[in-house]
Design a protein around this ligand. Structure first.
Ligand code: PLP
Length: 380
C-alpha cells in the first residue's frame, strides 16, 4: 500500500535541493559566526548572504530579520517582546480567537502578566470584521496580532486593510505568516506590518529555523540573554546549517511559488471532483476563493475526526484536523468553533487535507478514492 501524505500544513518534506545545500555546510562550515578567524568569517559570510535573501523575499532589509527556532518562537518574541518593551505606552493587545496556539497561548500568558487582551471574533466567512477591530482599538492599544492565513482552514485574513487602519495608530501590527509565506507574495511595506513570523519547515526547509521580521523602528525586548547575536534580540550561536537550508528553500519557493500554487489548486479540484463523483456528502469550511490553494478543510457530517483520521491512517492517507483527540473524546477545533459556534458538529467532523511536494495527480486521486470509501463505510 502506498502511503499518501496530505498534511503539508503540519510540515513538509525537505526538498532534495535543500538537503544538498545543507550537506557541505555540515561537513565543511562548522565555524562559529562570532569567531574572528577564517572559519568564523566563512560562517558569518553565509549567514549574512542568507539574511539578505530572506529579507528580500518579504521586501525588508536584512537588519530587520531575526533568526528564531521557528514560527512558535517568532510569535512569542513578537508578542512578549513588544508588550514588554512598550508597556509604558499602554497595556492593551488585540488578537483573534482563530490564531495558532503559538499566538493564543502567548496572549494568555501576557494576560497573566497584567496585559489586557481582546480576542476578536470572526464572521461566518472565517474572516475578522474590520469594524470589530476599529471598535476594539483603544488609545492604549500597543499591539495588534492577526494571522495572515489560518493553518486549519487556509482562510486568508485582510492584512493589508488592517495595516491601512493601523497606519495612524501607535499599535504595532504583527502577522503570523507561517502558512501564508509559501503561497502569497509578501511585501511588508505594502501590507503595513511591523512584525511578521515565518517558519522554514512549512516551505520544504528544515525544522528548527524560522525568522521574525521586526521593522527597524520598533522597540522589542529580547526574551533570552547571552551574546550579541541577532543584534542582541535573540542571543545564541546561530544555526548556520539550518539558515542555509532555509535560504535555499526560500530561493526555490520564490521561483516556483506561482507554479506550485497552480499545481495545488489542480490537486484540490481533482480531490473534490472524486468526492463528488463518489456521491459523498461534504461541506467545505471556508470559501475556496478566500483560501490558499494548498489547504482544503472538509466537514463530513455523521462522523467524527477520531474515527476518520484513524481509518484514513489505516488506509495509508495522512491528513489532520484542528480537533484534538484525547482518550476516546474529541475536543472541538477552536477555529471552527469561532466560525460556527462551539456546539456545531463541523467542529468535530472536519478534516484538513493539505497538498504539497509529496503529491502527484495520481496519488491525490487515489487518496480521494480511499477517503470516499471510508466515508461510505462510516456514514450509513
Ligand atoms: C499559523 C502557524 N503559526 C505558527 C506555527 C508554529 O510554527 P513552528 O512549528 O515553526 O514552531 C504553525 C505551525 O503549525 C502555524 O501553522
Amino acid at each position: 500500500m502506498e502511503h499518501i501524505y496530505l498534511d503539508h500544513a503540519a510540515t513538509t518534506p525537505m526538498d532534495k535541493r535543500v538537503i544538498e545545500a545543507m550537506v557541505p555546510i555540515y561537513e565543511e562550515v562548522f565555524g562559529n559566526p562570532s569567531s574572528v578567524h577564517a572559519y568564523g568569517r566563512k560562517a558569518r559570510q553565509l549567514l549574512d548572504e542568507a539574511r539578505r535573501t530572506l529579507a528580500k523575499s518579504i521586501h525588508a532589509n536584512e537588519k530587520e530579520i531575526i533568526f528564531t527556532s521557528g514560527g512558535t518562537e517568532a510569535d512569542n518574541l513578537a508578542l512578549i517582546g513588544t508588550a514588554l518593551a512598550n508597556k509604558h505606552k499602554g497595556n492593551h493587545i488585540i488578537t483573534t480567537n482563530i490564531e495558532h496556539h503559538a499566538t493564543l497561548h502567548t496572549a494568555e500568558y501576557l494576560e497573566k502578566e497584567g496585559f489586557k487582551v481582546t480576542y476578536l471574533p470572526v464572521q461566518d466567512n472565517g474572516k475578522i470584521d474590520i469594524i470589530d477591530l476599529k471598535k476594539a482599538l483603544k488609545h492604549d492599544t500597543i499591539l495588534v496580532s492577526v494571522m495572515y492565513v489560518n493553518n486549519e482552514t487556509g482562510i486568508i485574513q485582510p492584512i493589508e486593510e488592517i495595516g491601512e487602519l493601523l497606519k495612524d495608530h501607535q499599535a504595532y501590527f504583527h502577522t503570523d505568516a507561517v502558512q501564508a509565506y509559501g503561497s502569497i507574495e509578501i511585501d511588508v511595506d505594502k501590507l503595513g506590518v511591523d512584525l511578521l513570523s515565518v517558519s522554514a519547515h512549512k516551505i520544504n526547509g528544515p525544522k528548527g529555523i524560522g525568522f521574525l521580521y521586526a521593522r527597524e523602528s520598533i522597540k522589542l525586548n529580547a526574551l533570552q540573554f547571552g551574546g550579541e547575536q541577532e543584534r542582541k534580540r535573540r542571543p545564541g550561536t546561530e544555526n548556520v546549517v539550518g539558515v542555509i537550508g532555509f535560504k535555499t528553500a526560500v530561493e526555490l519557493m520564490v521561483k516556483e511559488r506561482e507554479s506550485r500554487n497552480e499545481k495545488y489548486e489542480a490537486f484540490r479540484q481533482q480531490f473534490l471532483q472524486v468526492l463528488k463523483e463518489e456521491n459523498i456528502t461534504f461541506d467545505i469550511n471556508g470559501k475556496i476563493d478566500s483560501t490558499i490553494p494548498s489547504i482544503i478543510n472538509i466537514s463530513f457530517s455523521g462522523t467524527n475526526v477520531e474515527k476518520l483520521l484513524a481509518n484514513f491512517d489505516l488506509s495509508g492517507v495522512a491528513a489532520s484536523s484542528g480537533s484534538a483527540c484525547t482518550a476516546g473524546s474529541v475536543e472541538p477545533s477552536h477555529v471552527l468553533s469561532a466560525i460556527y459556534g462551539a456546539n456545531n458538529p463541523c467542529t468535530t467532523n472536519s478534516i484538513r487535507f493539505s497538498f504539497g511536494a509529496a503529491n502527484t495527480t495520481e496519488n491525490v486521486v487515489e487518496a480521494a478514492h480511499r477517503v470516499a470509501k471510508i466515508i461510505k463505510r462510516l456514514v450509513k
